[in-house]
Design a protein around this ligand. Structure first.
Ligand code: HEM
Length: 406
């Protein structure tokens, strides 16, 4: 019942807040307003086997930021930084202010805030830990369709922030930037969004800025092989993967790509052609071969004219694990919109973030195949790239990365 509130009746609560000021809003704290308050009070745990923000349901607001260690900063400074960052993240995720709080999020609950930390390839040389660097952090291969901006790619450290409120997310970003102190400086930063919780009448897969239902065939935590696909096992290596250092147990690898959508070109396609690009219906995400959203793709079915119903270059066909020796990843993106680009088209698209136990068994083989002839490629442009080792979660008395840094 709560889910439909923001989309349908929630306007009442919001209007009251605007008309009656804070007092009017508080007096209306039943019905829709009470439902809205539950969005704020929801918390995610910071400590645990895995870091938050990987299997957490996608939040409505997010920031991705990379940091480089300052000149002269090494392992000691990096260790102190990870302690400070972990303590700050734990406090904010519990809904507590920091010591020098800016007040931006003071009246709001943590709103499912998550903070996730990762290490880039360059981190290991900077800290004298090259021997501990996983081979899984070897640079991604170049793809023919890449148009990468190195200044907005990679980085020594990576932070992913998600929250179901824009002010809470911004507040966390600022707090972490301040906590970086003189140890590290922001290299790049990107801001994204997803649908707000409660705007659909029932839980539904989200849509991207092309209007497609996106995320249908993601691995699910209830799948028997979910953990082995997404997380590095305690033994340090997974089936078919190169060995991993022990400090990565319970961790994962994030591939981060800012993928610009050429929306003006996309919008010129007919609905039928748009659906053939993906191989799924736009209205409900169902395969073009029929059934509901969850139905299997019938990749062999041909239509009356003898051609494949799901075209040979359809995105959903080419990226399917069955077509890629089982390669799979957990896609957990944000959309972005940064106004108009210099060429007069929308600077909008997907902050594509995907999670896997080994990028060579997830992103790389799938992108290699998409790069060779995916129908969607004509409408997207990969503008930045990052690959980060995201260690397991912090223990109650620990901090993220402790097993690497101590
Ligand atoms: C599936 C859109 C980029 C991998 C899908 C689907 C859509 C979609 C609509 C079908 C629904 C679903 O199963 O989620 C997009 C858009 C992209 C993009 C708009 C760029 C802006 C990528 C990239 C990769 C990727 C870069 C990986 C290299 C996948 C995978 C599936 C999928 C693995 C599921 C296939 C299956 O299991 O059947 N994508 N995608 N996508 N996409 Fe993408």
């Amino acid at each position: 019942r709560l889910l439909g509130t923001v989309g349908a009746a929630g306007v009442t609560g919001l209007a009251l807040g605007a008309a009656g000021g804070a007092a009017g809003y508080a007096a209306a704290a039943s019905g829709p307003a009470a439902a809205l308050a539950t969005v704020g009070s929801t918390t995610e745990p910071f400590h645990g086997e895995h870091q938050p923000g990987i299997t957490t349901p996608m939040q409505s607001h997010g920031h991705l930021a990379a940091f480089d260690l300052a000149q002269g900063a090494g392992r000691r400074e990096a260790t102190a930084l990870m302690r400070r960052w972990s303590a700050t993240a734990a406090r904010l995720m519990a809904g507590e202010p920091t010591d020098d709080d800016t007040g931006v999020a003071l009246d709001a609950g943590p709103s499912s805030l998550t903070v996730t930390f990762g290490f880039g390839r360059t981190f290991f040389d900077r800290t004298g830990l090259t021997a501990q660097r996983p081979v899984q952090l070897d640079p991604l291969p170049a793809f023919s369709s890449d148009r990468l901006d190195p200044r907005r790619s990679e980085g020594d450290l990576w932070v992913q922030i998600g929250a179901n409120d824009g002010l809470v997310a911004f507040h966390a970003l600022r707090a972490l930037q301040k906590a970086a102190g003189s140890a590290a400086r922001t290299r790049w930063q990107m801001t994204g969004f997803n649908r707000s919780p409660g705007v659909t009448a029932r839980p539904m897969t989200s849509r991207n800025l092309m209007g497609q239902v996106d995320g249908t065939r993601n691995p699910k935590p209830s799948d028997a092989d979910f953990d082995s696909r997404v997380f590095v096992p305690a033994t340090g290596s997974g089936a078919g993967s190169a060995a991993q250092p022990a400090w990565m147990a319970g961790g994962s690898y994030a591939v981060v790509r800012r993928i610009r959508m050429l929306l003006d070109d996309w919008d010129e396609l007919s609905l039928k052609d748009q659906e053939r690009v993906i191989g799924r219906r736009k209205s409900d995400g169902a395969p073009l071969t029929g059934g509901g959203e969850a139905a299997e793709l019938d990749l062999d079915r041909v239509g009356p004219d003898g051609s494949l119903v799901i075209p040979a270059d359809a995105h959903a066909r080419i990226s399917a694990p069955e077509q890629n020796a089982g390669a799979a990843m957990l896609r957990r993106p944000f959309s972005y919109h940064d106004g108009m680009a210099a060429d007069g088209t929308p600077d909008a698209g997907l902050l594509f973030v995907c999670w896997q136990a080994d990028p060579l068994r997830g992103f790389v083989p799938v992108q290699r195949k998409l790069d060779r002839g995916d129908a969607l490629s004509r409408f997207v442009r990969h503008e930045t790239s990052g690959l980060f080792a995201v260690p397991g979660g912090a223990a109650e008395d620990g901090y993220v990365g402790r097993r690497l840094l101590e």
